[in-house]
Design a protein around this ligand. Structure first.
Ligand SMILES: [Ca+2]
Length: 126
């Protein structure tokens, strides 16, 4: 998948998703929100993804944080528990790892397997 990633590294986010710099704005919208960080422990560069309802489909995380995600936080929506799947490839392809995260909680480190590989993300209510 690394060849594909490199080929499209300059493409921007898919238009259906909004990237907001202000987390408060996301919380007010009510939709499920995932904030991804490029270092473990919620440090470093961060990028926020938000979608209405309880589902989040990020076909490509965007060139700035592609293959760099190490920790994330989930908030918003109506479900108390979410399944977050991180995919190595774009459009939910390739190797993956899933995490069960309660709303408002976070994954301090995604683990060595998927660390610095994530190119797409899917969030589902449980
Ligand atoms: Ca990747």
């Amino acid at each position: 998948m690394s060849n594909i990633d490199n080929q499209f590294q300059n493409l921007d986010d898919i238009p259906a998703l909004k990237e907001l710099s202000d987390e408060t704005a996301a919380a007010c919208s009510g939709g499920v929100t995932l904030v991804a960080f490029n270092k473990r422990g919620f440090e470093g560069f961060k990028k926020q993804f938000i979608q209405n309802g309880n589902k989040l489909d990020i076909g490509f995380v965007g060139g700035s944080i592609n293959n760099k995600i190490s920790s994330f936080r989930v908030s918003g929506g109506n479900s108390s528990l979410y399944k977050v799947t991180l995919f190595d490839g774009r459009n939910f392809q390739g190797q993956r790892e899933s995490f069960y995260v309660r709303r408002g909680k976070a994954k301090r480190f995604v683990g060595d397997f998927i660390n610095d590989r994530t190119s797409s993300i899917r969030v589902r209510p449980v």
